[in-house]
Unconditional design. Structure first.
Length: 318
């Protein structure tokens, strides 16, 4: 390695000689001239062979594997598992041993028979299937009444025929027993009557409509008139049953619904069994029509006469 001093540098050194030592400023005016060594101001060059090898190795190298996907961090939440709705609870409640939702079945068979009364046999077959599934048939009876009261497009005459047919026993020896036993029908009707006072709030005609069906069931000997009349006198919802005094009338009687119920029942009984038979059954029951009238109206002869005339009960109550 050596140093090359240009003419300009010499002249400059000559001028600065008087003030500075030339050897101390010489490195500022020199540059390396060693062969093969790069000048400071020039970038280092690589050979074409080295560049080619580097490029080929870069092309030949496989691409790096993609980074593994990051799993999303769990988000904290304060929500609780959804609790089953009341609808789900009711659905679970109304399921037989074989998993049959008998409330849905009841709605379906009623809709079919109301739309086309000629499918009565199919409706009875559905009731047989429900009974075979060991569902509560007394609850089924109550459900049929409730859906007929609250549903649209109902036909009360068809409904009464359905219940009478389902509770009828075969007359021939060895015939199949009734689909709806008398005890089952009575239990379902009792549950219905206990809530009839509440039902009439939304369905004002409920006492008359239910009484008409009960009259058909009494005429077919499915229900006993005396037992039914006694329960009508005592029917009360659980909410008020414990609060009522022994001599206090039920809400069904005090509100006037019981008198309409019994009036409609006796009217249908007279139509199906005949006036004389109805009068005889009423006499044997030991019931008094006045006991179903609100206490404040029992001394009102005009009120009683109005009810007797409304349901054409003169011949039955003589």
């Amino acid at each position: 390695m050596g140093y090359i001093v240009t003419k300009t540098c010499v002249d400059s050194l000559f001028l600065l000689k008087q003030h500075y030592n030339p050897l101390s400023i010489l490195p500022f005016f020199t540059f390396k001239t060693h062969r093969g060594a790069p000048r400071p101001s020039e970038p280092q060059q690589t050979s074409s062979t080295e560049s080619s090898n580097t490029r080929d190795s870069t092309l030949a190298a496989p691409p790096p594997p993609p980074p593994p996907p990051q799993q999303p961090r769990p988000t904290a939440t304060n929500s609780r598992p959804a609790s089953p709705s009341s609808t789900d609870n009711e659905t679970k409640k109304n399921v037989g041993e074989q998993g049959i939702n008998f409330e849905g079945k009841v709605k379906g068979l009623l809709a079919e028979v109301f739309n086309d009364p000629t499918v009565m046999d199919d409706s009875l077959l559905t009731l047989k299937e429900l009974k075979a599934a060991h569902v509560s048939m007394s609850e089924a009876v109550e459900l049929m009444f409730n859906h007929t009261l609250e549903g649209k497009g109902t036909n009360w005459e068809v409904f009464s025929k359905l219940l009478v047919a389902a509770s009828a026993e075969g007359e021939e020896e060895g015939a199949s027993p009734a689909i709806l036993d008398k005890e089952v029908v009575e239990s379902g009707v009792r549950a219905l009557l206990n809530n009839l006072d509440d039902l009439q709030v939304d369905v004002p005609k409920a006492p008359v409509q239910v009484g008409d069906v009960l009259g058909a069931l009494v005429a077919s000997k499915t229900l006993d008139l005396a037992a039914l009349g006694k329960h009508i006198q005592e029917a009360e919802s659980e909410e008020f049953a414990d609060e009522r005094e022994p001599d206090e009338p039920t809400m069904l009687i005090d509100g006037g619904a019981a008198a309409k119920l019994v009036g409609a029942m006796l009217k249908r009984l007279s139509a199906d069994a005949g006036v004389e038979a109805a009068a005889e059954m009423w006499k044997e029951s030991g019931l008094s029509f006045e006991s179903f009238i609100p206490p404040l109206d029992r001394e009102d002869s005009a009120r009683k006469s109005k009810l007797v005339g409304e349901f054409d009960l003169t011949a039955v109550l003589q």
